[in-house]
Design a binder for this molecule. Structure first.
Ligand code: TYM
Length: 332
């Protein structure tokens, strides 16, 4: 049986990387088995958040899921904090995760920065909570962007550690699904850095709700290099901006990068930029319109999240109860 789980943090706005690296694939995968898509608000507070903004962002992410094509008749959409099993299982799993494993996590190193002594415990334990998100449902597949690969390898290790400790085959080892042409979308200002919600420059990313004018402006100003576009993939070596723009074009036009390279071979960036703008506006425009309509009725969104939480709890609770029994906790 296939059970898919994935999530996004309600911090800042979603961008094209989140869409192409994750959300678009979720939509395509949702006909296969059972699907759970959560808004990971517990993860968001590993860094300080304004409470009112966090609440609104949680709704906004749920709206983005639906606007992009997640169908509540096929998939469960919910807020992580509405299912207490995530936090409970995270504690249990944290008790069998060596600190050495967490010390290797590159995202912690990036987010903690130089002053590691001041980093909160929650930020350090972030990947353990992520493992709990997945294992609470015994999810088999986890569609994510390339940057989450290390966390998913850790989730597999943690599942194995639990199974070995209690000598059971309880948790399946979840498979990462890193799919499509744009598994790692790069900044528009620097092709060697990841497109990120936390980049100080808004010009570095295309947000899912940017207007067509803003999308056009950001792509027009995107960094390039002086040479015409190459005619084969090998020549993209050392040209990260050209590589990124061609990748984006391929992903947004539902073609391959190879075909995109052939299409623009020998031309100037201006043609690619014009066609990329068109593709981005065509894809994101309708999603942004649906998102805005959904955000206009927060009561309806909250009802969707409540219903999703009920369904998610119904799957998670029996699994958590069994895990607790294996650990040796007395039944209530
Ligand atoms: P988050 O909120 O940073 O990102 C959400 C999803 O978007 C993908 N992504 C990208 N893909 C391609 N290019 C980019 N530049 C780019 N930036 C982000 C991410 O890989 C992710 O799939 N820890 C996770 C959230 C999480 C989770 C989980 C995911 C919590 N629990 C359980 C899967 C399963 C995160 O911070 O994603």
């Amino acid at each position: 049986m296939t059970r898919i789980l994935s999530g996004m943090q309600p911090t800042n706005q979603l961008h094209l990387g989140n869409y192409l690296g994750a959300l678009k694939n979720w939509v395509a995968l949702q006909d296969v088995g059972e699907n759970l898509f959560c808004v990971v608000d517990l993860h968001a507070i590993t860094l300080p958040q304004d409470p009112a903004v966090l609440a609104q962002s949680t709704r906004e992410i749920a709206a983005a899921y639906i606007a992009a094509g997640i169908d509540t008749a096929k998939s469960i959409i919910f807020a992580q904090s509405h299912v207490s099993a995530h936090a409970e299982l995270a504690w249990i799993l944290g008790c069998m995760t060596p600190m050495g494993w967490l010390n290797r996590m590159t995202q912690f190193k990036e987010k903690a920065g130089k002053d590691r002594e001041s980093a909160p415990l929650g930020l350090y334990g972030y990947p353990v909570l992520m493992a709990a998100d997945i294992l609470t449902y015994k999810a088999t597949h986890v569609p994510v962007g390339e940057d989450q690969k290390q966390h998913l390898e850790l989730a597999r290790d943690i599942a194995g550690a639990f199974n070995r400790r209690y000598d059971v085959e309880f948790f399946p080892l979840p498979e990462p699904q890193i799919l499509g042409e744009a598994t790692r979308v790069m900044s528009l200002r620097d092709g060697t850095r990841k497109m990120s919600k936390s980049d100080l420059s808004d010009m570095s990313r295309i947000n899912m709700t940017d207007t067509p004018e803003l999308i056009a402006q950001k792509i027009r100003k995107a960094k390039t290099d002086p040479a015409p576009l190459p005619s084969n993939p090998e020549e993209l070596e050392g040209r990260p901006e050209a590589d990124n723009l061609l990748t984006l074009y391929a992903a947004l036009s539902d073609t391959t990068k190879r075909a995109a390279i052939a299409r623009f071979a020998g031309t100037q960036f201006s043609l690619l930029k014009a066609e990329l703008t068109e593709a981005a506006v065509e894809t994101l425009g309708p999603i942004a319109a649906r998102m805005n309509a959904l955000m206009a009725d927060t009561a309806a969104l909250d009802a969707i999240l409540r219903d999703g939480a009920d369904k998610a709890n119904a799957i998670a609770q029996p699994i958590l109860a069994e895990a607790k029994q294996l650990v040796g906790f007395l039944p209530r």
